[in-house]
Design a protein around this ligand. Structure first.
Ligand code: KIV
Ligand code: ZN
Length: 382
């Protein structure tokens, strides 16, 4: 039996912090409904105290969504928690996500405080959030750079105060996978009440390690992952939902599962990209334009012999129509023959050889050869 990993989607909160990607309440509801169909467990709908618009969005998303838990962010401040609690009043299942900086860097430079005072503020915040909802998640901001013993002490204290989930964020994307995994392991081994809460992973991608760190976290016992579609988010972004879901799905030996309907990954990625005005980079894993495109001769030949030679998943499984064979000056005869056959042409070996040489001459100039170019080449050779 596989163990369940809970998918906490923060596209509408951390993802929406990207400059230029702000959404209207109506747009947020559209995305939230798609996330519900996708099968996420928790939707972080916004940061209600931050603006009247975000407050309204959390209310409207709470009314529109039935299955996932609706989560609202707050700092460890009474007015933030009050706003989050009020915004969640229509949620069938509501969660307040409250927290404070846990690293000495944050404690000194951001709060001009001490570890002891921060711990007291954290406990008070969790207790206050509990007056609104049963389900309270605590985030130990900048846990990636926090002292490990203090992190364990803080985790112990907030769980004792009633936190149901404790989030250990690598806020600055600093950790290496092994280091981050060891942090999670340390928490499991040194927090005596840890079994009363779920440990959550929230990684940023400043070193391009967010997905690797998230997987290291779950391999060391965490059971919730905080992710965004297309990996959007502050600075270099958050862990990408589609990458973690497919890594878990492909690596059965991990013994983990999610409830994500993977066939919805590509359509939801496209919707988020369009609505948030954030193009998906062509080589983005799973959902990028080139994720299932083969362009070099060696790869094309191998792929055409058997797709498993160069694909670790079927594009249909993630909602992509089909793999593509892109014709460039690096392509070989096998790919050219394949594309010509798709257009209804068939040639013997010597005809194909001739055509291939004219194809290369055009491809060197034109970079990518489309169906129209192929038809022109065939006509010119006739
Ligand atoms: O990166 C972070 O630490 C956050 C918290 C607010 C959870 O986004
Ligand atoms: Zn974050």
């Amino acid at each position: 039996m596989s163990e369940r990993i809970y998918i906490f989607d923060t596209t509408l909160r951390d993802g929406e912090q990207v400059p230029g990607s702000q959404l209207t309440t109506e747009e947020k509801i559209t995305i939230a409904k798609e996330l519900e169909i996708l099968g996420v467990d928790i939707i972080e709908a916004g940061f209600p105290v931050s603006s009247p618009g975000d407050f309204r969005s959390v209310i409207e998303i709470s009314k529109a969504i039935r299955e996932p838990i609706i989560c609202a962010l707050s700092r460890a401040k009474k007015e933030d928690i009050d706003a989050a609690g009020q915004a969640l009043k229509y949620a069938r299942l509501g969660r307040i996500h409250t927290g404070i900086g846990a690293s000495d860097i944050h404690i000194r430079n951001k709060f001009n405080s001490t570890r002891e005072l921060i711990l007291e503020q954290a406990v008070a915040a969790v207790k206050h959030a509990k007056t609104y909802v049963e389900d309270v998640e605590f985030y130990a901001e900048d846990a990636g750079r926090a002292d490990l013993q203090y992190l364990a002490q803080l985790t112990q204290a907030v769980i004792a105060a009633g936190a149901t989930v404790v989030n250990i964020p690598d806020t600055t994307g600093y950790c290496l996978p092994d280091e981050y995994g060891q942090k999670i392991k340390y928490i499991y081994e040194n927090v005596s009440n840890v079994h009363k809460a779920t440990i959550s992973i929230h990684c940023h991608n400043d070193l391009g390690l967010a997905t690797a760190n998230t997987l290291a976290g779950v391999m060391n016992g965490a059971r919730q992952v905080e992710v965004t579609m297309n990996g959007i988010g502050e600075r270099a972004g958050n862990t990408s939902l589609e990458e973690v879901v497919m890594a878990i799905r492909l690596h059965k030996e991990l013994g983990l599962e999610t409830t994500i309907n993977a066939k919805r990954l590509f359509p939801v990625s496209q919707l988020v990209s369009k609505m948030m005005r954030m193009p998906v980079q062509a080589n983005k894993a799973i959902v990028g334009r080139n994720a299932f495109a083969h362009s070099s001769g060696i790869h094309q030949d191998g792929f055409l012999k058997h797709s498993e030679n160069y694909e670790i998943m079927n594009p249909h499984d993630v909602g992509v129509d089909k793999s593509s064979i892109v014709l460039t000056a690096r392509s070989g005869r096998h790919a050219l023959k394949h594309r010509l056959e798709n257009l209804g042409y068939s040639f013997d070996k010597s005809e194909l050889d001739t055509l291939y040489h004219s194809f290369l001459a055009v491809a060197d100039i034109k970079k990518e050869i489309n169906d129209g170019d192929l038809v022109d080449l065939v006509k010119a050779a006739a």
